[in-house]
Design a protein. Structure first.
Lengths: 314, 117, 492
């Protein structure tokens, strides 16, 4: 298939299908994240890239024999490995018997949060999640280092011209979007704080928040968006999110416990857990939103720049 | 046995499709899409491992005692995030390559480099 | 404070990285990064002391005991690696401020330091943790920052090299993820210590075998073991000099650490070497790497490329030592990890000085450099002597123990081939020496001056370390030996 636009769309559909598959497999948090991140953000970024790099793939003259051989060997090895696996869905597979029961049985007493995934993510394995936030931060910094363009002074006249013409072209979209964006933002806040009780949490909320901002900038133009969203502030926010998460850990240490031990954040351990989870999720939401916005803005700016200057062959 | 394992076999096939796209295609964006498919299939695999017949989503509710295993869910949440980070970075590099070389086909890039050396 | 050393080792650089965004001016950021790296180095020394006195140090993150929480488990091997990584990082940072003036655009300097610290934190996170999935997360932190750092190189081929590294690295990481998932499925735990206890009962299943295979292949991609080394030469050659120096001295060693840790501590030495014919496989691949990479190095015109291929060869040596799978062999490998970091650190940093003054590292630009940049060239000569394995240098010590271990095991042909590798090293380093001392400078290069002190000081620190540890080997030998012994004592 040579039309990359179609390929990207199909991969977006694949992401959505996986998300629904996750729902049927009872993995609701994962489904939520996959739908927003895998099917949403990934597709979006790929589309922006394809806009710049060209819609059609050139025909390749490579001989895929080697690739096919490697793939067959790898696939064969994996299939071989499945032969001794416990059957799909069996409740007495070793994977379910050792570590997991404590999470299911004791997390209510130890942490007091109904969503077990949140309690494992934010507390039991909270350090992994810190690493995860840093990964997102790293990607944001990397994209900044690779793609950021120097801000050009905007002519307000230019912006008005763009505004008026777009207003005429996409009237319905713009009006509907203007009404929708506040609801999207509120929904994001809901997901952020309700993550303890239902599917949700910092990541999903951060992505939805960023999606609202991206929607705005897509319809109203990058110049308007740049006016509304202050770039250096967003970069600062992404760093602050990570530091919020880290500070919770440091406070625990100062209070006499180990890094990220929430029990010491308050006199009552369970209250401490709640507080800890709340704050770290906030940090996560902060960083995820800002990094997604940074990535999108940089992708869009660079593409705009490229289109404006024409193709420079070096 | 087939009934018990067919789920895993399907996932393996999906994984290999993604893997094949990464290594066999020359277009840089397509490679990243392939990588994405490969990684998403690995996620499906992990989640299948965590599924328990007759269980529900791991959110504690009155009256339900059988829950799916939450640990792989947590791991996959992290892995999804790592995946998007990699994708974003890969696409950014691809965009820069487009600017620097004028196209993003693996072969043509290598030809240009060889001519320069 | 002392009890928290394990976590501080990683947290200090990890949280310092985003803080750099808050301090804006690159000059301040450099000093800050230097301070952070230096503190990490001091922490690693203290940690090594702690482990030497008290044995394995365990730290539970979040206060949750393993395997429900993540734990840090520091033994001699971890502490040793942390020492190497932080030491190199600090010394390299000394030259960073000057180096990146020429090689990276001004507005990217702050971001450079952020990525550098993230890479440092990522690597430290890998070598300190005792949880398999945590390894994956920090592996990705260090990998993503490495891809970005390499892509900052001036030459547009840096972008292509970074992309290739990204694709191959991500495939490797996904393989590792598959391996971890399969292991979890069969044992129900992610904690390395716990895994080592639970794997023996399921060790004979095909699933565990597959898990092992995927893990090994994934790690070898990151390790640049022949023939999976294709990303390395370009990545090292076109990245900014500081990045090359830092990565060449640390990144592949971390991958080798992962290999050692998983095969010895998690799967156990007996399992690892009997299920797959790992010994034969690795010794063959290692030797092929040594010979083919060394021969390729001889034909390189870009000196960074030359030393990059040399690195592939050195990794081959380390794998050979590893494949001998006796305490002596493993000890030689660990020793070589330390020594190679010093050797390549010095060499690439000196090359960075050349790049700074001359603007390129092609062989023809080296003509006459012996007179124009005497101290820098002397450093390159010293590093090369170490690479070859001349007595009184650190390279000699590693080669000596490697050959000894091979002979002890009865592998005479291997010992001979190792020495052959040294001969090849003489050939490719001689080309540089010849160009520098026996040729006249090219037109346009007559005005080259000696490198600034900012470069010379760290370069000569590393060179002196090369010579010092070549003569007084007690410290490195002791640590390497006790690390090797502990690995053999732990695995079933």
């Amino acid at each position: 298939m040579k039309d990359l636009f179609a390929v990207v769309m199909l991969s977006g559909i694949y992401g959505l299908l996986s998300a629904s598959f996750f729902v049927t497999l009872d993995a609701v948090d994962v489904a939520f994240t996959e739908a927003s991140v895998g099917a949403g953000i990934a597709t979006l970024l790929m589309l922006v890239t394809v806009t710049m790099t060209g819609r059609y793939e050139h025909s390749a003259h490579n001989k895929p024999i080697w690739a096919l051989a490697v793939v067959l060997v790898t696939g064969g090895l994996l299939l071989y490995g499945t032969l001794d696996m416990p059957y799909f869905g069996s409740a007495d597979a070793p994977g379910h018997l050792h570590v997991a029961p404590r999470y299911i049985n004791d997390s209510m007493q130890e942490i007091g949060v109904p969503n077990i995934v949140t309690s494992v993510l934010a507390s039991y394995r909270g350090y992994d999640t810190l690493g995860e936030v840093v990964v997102i931060f790293t990607a944001g910094v990397g994209v900044l280092a690779l793609l950021s363009v120097a801000p050009r002074p905007e002519e307000s006249a230019e912006i008005d011209v763009v505004n008026v013409s777009m207003h005429k072209k996409h009237l319905i979209l713009r009006i509907v979007t203007k009404m929708l964006i506040p609801f999207i933002l509120i929904f994001a806040l809901y997901v952020q704080f309700h993550g303890d009780y239902g599917p949700g949490g910092g990541f999903q909320a951060g992505v939805i928040f960023a999606a609202a901002i991206i929607l705005y900038s897509m319809l109203f133009g990058m110049s308007m968006a740049r006016r509304v969203i202050n770039q250096p502030l967003v970069q600062l926010l992404s760093a602050i999110g990570v530091l919020i998460y880290g500070s919770v850990g440091l406070v625990s240490m100062l209070n006499g416990g180990n890094f990220l031990d929430y029990n010491l954040l308050s006199d009552d351990p369970v209250a401490g857990q709640h507080l800890g989870i709340l704050i770290v999720e906030l940090g996560i939401g902060c960083t995820v939103t800002s990094v997604m916005v940074i990535i999108f803005f940089n992708f869009a700016d660079r593409t705009e720049d490229h289109m404006r200057n024409g193709i420079r062959g070096r | 046995m087939f009934l018990g394992l067919y789920n895993y076999w399907i996932v393996v096939v999906l994984m290999m499709i993604g893997f094949y796209i990464v290594i066999a295609h020359g277009n840089l964006v397509k490679k990243i899409i392939g990588l994405n498919i490969f990684q998403t299939s690995v996620f499906i695999f992990y989640i299948s491992v965590s599924n328990i017949d007759g269980g529900t989503a791991p959110i504690l509710v009155e009256g339900i005692s059988r829950y799916s295993n939450p640990l792989p869910h947590v791991l996959i949440l992290t892995a999804i995030v790592v995946g998007i980070a990699t994708t974003a970075l890969g696409l950014a590099i691809a965009m820069r390559i487009k600017e620097a070389y004028g196209n993003i086909e693996e072969e043509e890039i290598q030809q240009r480099d060889n001519r320069e050396c | 404070m002392l009890a928290h050393l394990p976590v501080l080792q990683v947290i200090v650089p990890l949280l310092a990285a985003p803080s750099c965004i808050i301090l804006r001016r690159p000059g301040w950021v450099w000093l800050f990064a230097l301070l952070v790296s230096g503190s990490a180095f001091l922490i690693s020394i203290a940690l090594l002391q702690q482990v030497a006195d008290a044995g394995v140090v365990v730290y539970e993150l979040g206060g949750w005991e393993a395997p429900w929480g993540i734990e840090y488990r520091i033994d001699i091997l971890n502490a040793f690696l942390a020492l190497i990584i932080t030491g190199i990082s600090t010394i390299v940072l000394l030259a960073a401020h000057t180096s990146i003036q020429e090689e990276i655009p001004e507005d990217r300097h702050t971001l450079f330091y952020v990525l550098y610290l993230l890479s440092l934190a990522g690597m430290l996170g890998i070598v300190t943790t005792g949880d398999a999935f945590n390894v994956f997360v920090f592996l990705e932190i260090s990998s993503l920052s490495a891809y970005s750092l390499i892509a900052l190189g001036r030459d547009r081929r840096a972008l292509w090299a970074s992309y290739q590294y990204l694709i191959m690295g991500s495939i490797g990481a996904t393989f590792i993820l598959i391996g971890i998932g399969l292991m979890y499925q069969m044992t129900g735990t992610l904690n390395m210590e716990d895994l080592s206890r639970r794997l023996p009962e399921v060790a004979q299943t095909r699933t565990v075998f597959t898990a092992f295979a995927f893990l090994i292949v994934g790690i070898c991609l990151k390790l640049a073991l022949f023939p999976l080394h294709l990303w390395l030469p370009n990545a090292y050659a076109y990245a900014p000099s500081i990045v090359t120096t830092f990565l060449a001295a640390t990144a592949t060693k971390v991958a080798l650490y992962m290999l050692i840790r998983f095969t010895y501590s998690v799967f156990g030495g007996s399992f690892s070497f009997t299920t797959l014919p790992l010994q034969t496989l690795f010794v063959v691949l290692g030797l092929l790497g040594v010979l083919i990479a060394s021969i390729t190095a001889i034909y390189q015109k870009n000196i960074k490329h030359l030393f990059a291929y040399s690195s592939v060869a050195q990794i081959g040596y380390m794998i050979v030592g590893y494949s001998i799978s006796t305490t002596a062999g493993l000890m030689a490998t660990l020793l070589h990890m330390f020594n190679h970091a010093l050797m390549k650190g010095a060499l690439f940093l000196a090359l960075g000085a050349v790049m700074y003054r001359v603007g390129s590292v092609q062989l023809r630009d080296f003509h006459g450099l012996g007179r124009q940049m005497p101290f820098t060239m002397a450093a390159i000569v010293a590093g090369s002597l170490s690479l070859i394995g001349v007595p009184l240098t650190v390279g000699f010590v590693s080669k000596w123990y490697l050959v000894l271990a091979a002979i002890e095991n009865g592998w005479w042909p291997v010992a001979v081939l190792i020495l052959l590798g040294s001969l090849l090293a003489i050939v490719y380093t001689w080309r540089i020496v010849e160009a520098a001392y026996f040729k006249v400078p090219q037109a346009g290069n007559e005005q080259v001056r000696e490198a600034p002190l900012a470069y010379l000081i760290p370069v000569w620190m590393l060179v002196s370390a090369n010579i010092y540890f070549g003569i007084d080997t007690r410290l490195s030998l002791q640590v390497a030996t006790s690390a090797a012994q502990s690995l053999f004592g732990v695995g079933p």
